[in-house]
Design a protein around this ligand. Sequence first.
Ligand SMILES: C[S@@+](CC[C@H](N)C(=O)[O-])C[C@H]1O[C@@H](n2cnc3c(N)ncnc32)[C@H](O)[C@@H]1O
Length: 327
Amino acid sequence: MRTVTAIMVPPASKARQAFLRDVLEGLQGHPKRLQSKYFYDAAGDALFQQIMHCAEYYLTRCEMEILETQSAAIVASIRASVPQADLVELGAGDASKSVHLLREWMRSGMGHRYYPIDISGNIIRHLQNTLPDQLPGLEVHGLNGEYMEMLAQSGQTSGRPRLVMFMGSSIGNFTPEEAIGFLSAVRRQLRPGDFLLTGFDLQKNPRLILDAYNDHQGLTRSFNLNLLTRINRELDANFLTHQFLHYPTYDPATGACKSYLISLRDQAVHIGGTVIRFRKDEPIYMEISQKYTIDGIHELAAGCGFTPVKNFTDDKGWFVDALWQAK
Ligand SMILES: C[S@@+](CC[C@H](N)C(=O)[O-])C[C@H]1O[C@@H](n2cnc3c(N)ncnc32)[C@H](O)[C@@H]1O
């Protein structure tokens, strides 16, 4: 059976207005910043696929190993308290890792309904087109939009127990304080007994971490600069991307890996009708990728209304998929 439901897509003009508002607000603030959720247009999606396969970006290989070798154990941990459930994935991306869990989920009779949520319409279309062929019998209910809004929609449509997946260290794109707010908001959308599986990148040798965000092919650099190109195209702007330097940093004391674009000269950029001035050496804060400790992950669960069930770790102990149950 090949079941594909209609994709829910926000109207383009509303999305553009929100993009323009967020970009102007961010670039008029101190320090200047851009929101990393806007990295993912079609070019950004393609660059991220390349990053996932590059030598320095260990995160994907670690999580792939966990899902290839431990999906049966993850499903068994859930099955011990819930016989059947729907799967919801926040920021699904190409689902190339989650597909292993989905396969095991269906094989063990846990269910066949998958609600991938992604802000990228391109990604949702890709999943709708490819997953039902890869996993015959899977119902794909693509939800194109913001995490929380779409999670609420999945709750209205599903009505069954849910496993919510938030993989690939996307939780790291929030500061620790924001992560508490976000995971507490996820908890409020769930019912007691529902599950959450979250990917956390662990603190490790700082060089390994910094290299992952500074690959020798320059993919992460292109990924960051692509957001300026997207702003040029979609918001009628005139960024000169060669006048910005990609500058990643990692602080081993706090676990915060942050990337910036640094203006290489004094310059003025027109965005729609607004002029934004940059000083030479002024940063734009682009993204945080927060790294965690096992103790920090347990504290986070408790602080957000979840009971930790089990941590699933790769062989090197670099990455964790943490399974929690809503209290
Ligand atoms: C870093 S990728 C990770 C993809 C996948 N989970 C993985 O592990 O490979 C983040 C994904 O989340 C989506 N995303 C980012 N911010 C979002 C938001 N606020 N709401 C919904 N989706 C978002 C992006 O479009 C992208 O596909």
